[in-house]
Design a protein around this ligand. Structure first.
Ligand SMILES: *Cc1c(COP(=O)(O)O)cnc(C)c1O
Length: 467
């Protein structure tokens, strides 16, 4: 009689095949066209309408993976990937995911898997030191860190705490959240989900960083109008151009007016592992919460977003709800952390494992090496663009994102983007600042080297001539 389950022996056999499959993908990822040539519905049309009634051999699943799924994959892991931001992965991270899946624990409470909680405490504390964050953000301090799914969740959580803290002072419809005109869409979305009545996108300076004076004026105008300023988000590395908001000045304004100050360093947080970038986050002692994504630039598979608070009490005040079935001795003792109280979901994956694997495999030294290399490649490209009379840089390059345009205007810029992306082995993101088209080149994939950036430059050079 069949049990239907995959036996450990079968798992071993197919597991080896799948690891082999992934290793081979890593070796050959460069051979694919980065963006698949499919129309909406193409992949769906190759799949059966109904789930199988009878069990199927695993070999046929792997065959369909190659024949049906792969043709519709966008190859984020290609070394020619310069689009959006990186979502770089690494061997140790993938293996950490595998072990986490194998253990299958729910780490909602300390008592539901003590190692899941305590390893997470340790890696988030390690990162406080590695990124030069305030010592009080460690688990032993008044603050602490937690791994969430995404920076959007972290920002949303920060806004919920800010709203709760202000609840005695104002009605939520009268509360105001501030970000810059270049703030990530998660600021507006988080504010909307949290129910805030108003979001103000404050003007930026000519380097696309928040204009602190404009923030001050907006707060004054809102206060005069009878509204209640409640939270402000500074970006260290905006999504558009990696602009850096003045964290210290915004922090001072936030203190003066009793605003919650959240820092969104989703992409650039990783760079802080190199001390030379930390001047960009000067003023962190004036920050209430902070988020960064190891799942962007730190060789760690999605999902892995860190969320730190300077003081965890207001966070726990909002998010702890204790139904009787979750009560246990360890929680009652107050000696343990129950991470379910640190975010919206109850159940949680053992995400610390992959980050722990990554930090131990690379060492801080290994991550620093690669971050510096990506930044060096970005600076080289920046210099070539700056020296080329056909092209114009549109923003400073504090990290590893280069933003530029064709000097002849939007049409030439859009045509240049289309020509580069048509190559298949290189992908970048066309974007806009106001009405101005520009190209974003984000250098940060695991396998990206000089050779790939040279290939990109060759394409820019050839196609800029023709446009
Ligand atoms: C990528 C990004 C986000 C969103 O990150 P998710 O983890 O996908 O939610 C937020 N803010 C900034 C500045 C980003 O670059």
């Amino acid at each position: 009689m069949t049990s239907y389950h995959m036996t450990p022996d079968e798992f071993r056999r197919y597991g080896h095949e799948v690891v082999e499959w992934v290793a081979s993908y890593m070796e050959h990822v460069e051979d694919y066209d980065i963006v698949p040539d499919v129309a909406p519905g193409d992949i769906r049309a190759m799949l059966p309408k109904a789930a199988p009634e009878q069990p199927e051999p695993f070999g046929t699943v792997l065959r369909d993976l190659d024949e049906i799924v792969m043709p519709g994959i966008t190859h984020w892991q290609s070394p020619g990937w310069f689009s959006y931001f990186p979502a770089n992965v690494s061997g140790p991270s993938i293996l950490g995911e595998l072990v986490s899946a194998g253990l299958g624990v729910q780490g909602m409470l300390w008592s539901t898997s003590p190692s899941a909680t305590e390893l997470e405490e340790v890696v988030v504390d390690w990162l406080v030191d590695l990124l030069g964050l305030p010592q009080g953000w460690k688990t032993a301090g008044p603050g602490g860190g937690v791994i969430q799914m995404s920076a959007s969740d972290s920002t949303h959580t920060a806004l919920v705490v800010a709203r709760h803290r202000a609840a005695r002072r104002a009605a939520v419809e009268d509360m105001v959240v501030y970000g810059s005109e270049q703030a990530h869409s998660s600021v507006e979305k988080g504010a909307r989900v949290a129910g805030f009545g108003h979001v103000r996108l404050v003007a930026v300076d000519d380097e696309y960083a928040m204009d602190a004076e404009a923030l001050r004026e907006q707060i004054a105008a809102d206060t005069t109008a009878g509204l209640t300023p409640v939270a402000v988000i500074s970006a260290v590395g905006t999504t558009g151009t990696t602009a850096v908001d003045p964290v210290r000045e915004v922090g001072e304004i936030a203190r003066e007016h009793g605003l919650w100050h959240h820092v969104d360093a989703a992409y650039a947080g990783t760079a802080m592992i190199c001390p030379e970038f930390r001047r960009h986050q000067d003023g962190l002692e004036l920050v209430d919460s902070y988020t960064f994504n190891p799942h962007k630039w730190m060789f760690t598979n999605f999902d892995c977003s860190l969320f730190y608070v300077a003081d965890r009490r207001p966070l726990l005040d909002v998010l702890s709800i204790l139904p009787p079935y979750l009560r246990n001795e360890a929680s009652d003792s107050g000696e343990v952390i129950d991470y379910r109280d640190w975010h919206v979901p109850l159940g949680r994956r053992f995400r610390a494992l992959k980050l722990w694997f990554v930090l131990r495999w690379y060492g801080a030294e290994g991550i620093r090496h690669h971050v510096r290399e990506h930044v060096r490649l970005a600076r080289e490209l920046e210099a070539k663009i700056a020296a080329d009379p056909r092209l114009e840089l549109v923003a400073p390059v504090p990290f590893a994102l280069v933003c530029f345009r064709h000097g002849e205007g939007n049409e030439a810029t859009d045509a240049l983007a289309a020509a580069i992306n048509a190559s298949g082995d290189v992908a970048l993101t066309p974007s806009k600042l106001g009405d101005t088209s520009f190209l974003r080149v984000s250098i940060g994939q695991t396998g990206t080297t000089t050779q790939h950036v040279d290939r990109l430059w060759g394409l820019i050079d050839d196609n800029a001539l023709r446009s």
